[in-house]
Design a protein around this ligand. Structure first.
Ligand code: NAD
Ligand code: MG
Length: 396
């Protein structure tokens, strides 16, 4: 299956889970016959980045790590592929002329290069949800002023995008995000207090990067997705529901004013959402497994337990308070997650730290510019760091 005309697709975070799935979909859709790759980026895995750059014939390959520049440059010598490194080169990768940019970096690190692409008018296939969580209205305004489309790649939001008819937007009552519940769906708080990063990273249904997998276990991923949904679909906080659905077959749903609920279903495979975003507004054949309903036999649902998973209530608080609370929630969460991965704090400490940072930085300020977002992110990390230091002292 090939696309009707050759398209240019740049990929931020090409070496990650989303990036590799994107390249896989592109090779199924015709590879170099269908696509040109103006720019790709990675960070530590230079070997993979070089292999990807060579096989796609990329124009520009960038590592986020400035210390790896020479290594990347010499590995690309003689290929005609330009090498770059560090934050300015990442932004330049976003600015290179392209039809579509896959935003597949994890965390707020992806915001600047994705904004650069949006401002240039590229269509943005957005996996990097932290852009919307932290910069919300500024991010959607940058897309609008650039004139490109914003295509959600997060599976829940991609599902909603598939079933939400633009002409019926006024008739939407609610959106219902499904959540697998992660590996600790049936754990008590006491059990969760003792889990290791390795156990937390083992997602029952989806194969994803380390950070989003642990965020799924704490349901911070769903918290980010609630805020992401608010911005993508212009919903009020009380119109966004979360339901536990362990099979991850229903990717999400839209409820209309007449009581109808439309859902998008599929096997849990990110290539589905990625392929949909790349081919939009057409559909193309994709190498994903087909659902076998008889084999499935049943779909289960349960209300989320917000005592065991306080992240969901924190998302609602952030939405209600507005302003820079999304950036604070995300910045504190990123710092706490890194501390959990490093073994400095326990699993349940993450939500406590985020809650404390949100309260301490709740000053009602709104983001006037992207610099305000970065400042809120830094402040949140600073507050989180001091709490992490205290929590790890207590643990000793
Ligand atoms: P990953 O860890 O597998 O890959 C992250 C990519 O970003 C890598 O290429 C890495 O080199 C790069 N990167 C990491 N830190 C960076 C930094 N500081 N500066 C620049 N580049 C950096 O992550 P992933 O699972 O592919 O997730 C990427 C994004 O997509 C996240 O925002 C995640 O929440 C979202 N997402 C992922 C999935 C999934 O299936 N993996 C599903 C939905 C949404
Ligand atoms: Mg998701």
């Amino acid at each position: 299956p090939t696309l009707p005309q050759r398209r240019r697709i740049s990929i931020l975070g090409a070496t990650g889970s989303i990036g590799c799935n994107t390249l896989d979909v592109m090779s199924h859709l015709g590879g170099r016959d269908s696509f040109e790759v103006p720019a790709i980026t990675g960070r530590s895995n230079i070997g993979l980045l070089v292999e990807q750059a060579r096989s796609t014939g990329a124009g520009f390959a960038v590592t986020a790590d400035p210390d790896r520049y020479q290594e990347l440059k010499s590995a690309l010598a003689g290929t005609g592929i330009e090498a770059g490194a560090g934050p300015a080169a990442l932004i330049e990768a976003g600015e290179r002329d392209t039809d579509l940019l896959m935003a597949g970096i994890v965390g707020i690190a992806g915001l600047a290069p994705t904004l650069a692409a949006a401002a240039r008018g590229a269509d943005i296939a957005l996996a990097n949800k932290e852009c919307l969580v932290s910069a919300g209205d500024l991010f959607t305004a940058a897309i609008a002023s650039g004139g490109g489309k914003l295509l959600p790649v997060d599976s829940e939001h991609n599902a909603i995008f598939q079933v939400l008819e633009e002409s019926q937007r006024h008739a939407v009552d609610r959106i219902i995000l499904t959540a697998s519940g992660g590996p600790f769906r049936n754990h008590s708080r006491q059990q969760m207090a003792a889990v290791t990063p390795e156990v937390a990273a083992a997602h029952p249904n989806w194969a994803m990067g380390l950070k989003i997998s642990i965020d799924s276990a704490s349901m911070f991923n769903k918290a980010l997705e609630m805020i992401e949904a608010r911005h993508l679909f212009a919903m009020q906080p009380d119109q966004i529901e979360v339901i536990i659905h362990p099979q991850s077959v229903i990717h999400s749903m839209v409820g209309y004013c007449d009581g109808s609920v439309l859902a998008q279903l599929g096997v849990p495979d990110m290539r589905h959402a990625i392929g949909y975003a790349i081919s939009h507004p057409r559909r193309t054949g994709l190498p994903v497994e087909r659902l076998d309903f008889a084999a499935l036999a049943r779909l289960d649902f349960a209300a989320p337990d917000e005592e065991r998973f306080p992240a969901l209530a924190l998302a609602r608080t952030a939405m209600r308070r507005g302003g820079l609370q999304g950036a604070v929630l995300n910045g504190a969460k990123e710092a706490a997650l890194e501390a959990f991965i490093a073994g400095q704090i326990g699993f349940l400490d993450m939500a406590d730290i985020v809650a404390a940072a949100m309260d301490r930085l709740d000053d009602g300020r709104k983001a006037q510019s992207i610099e305000d977002v970065y400042a809120a992110d830094r402040d949140a990390r600073d507050v989180a760091q001091s709490l992490i230091a205290r929590a790890s002292r207590i643990a000793l």
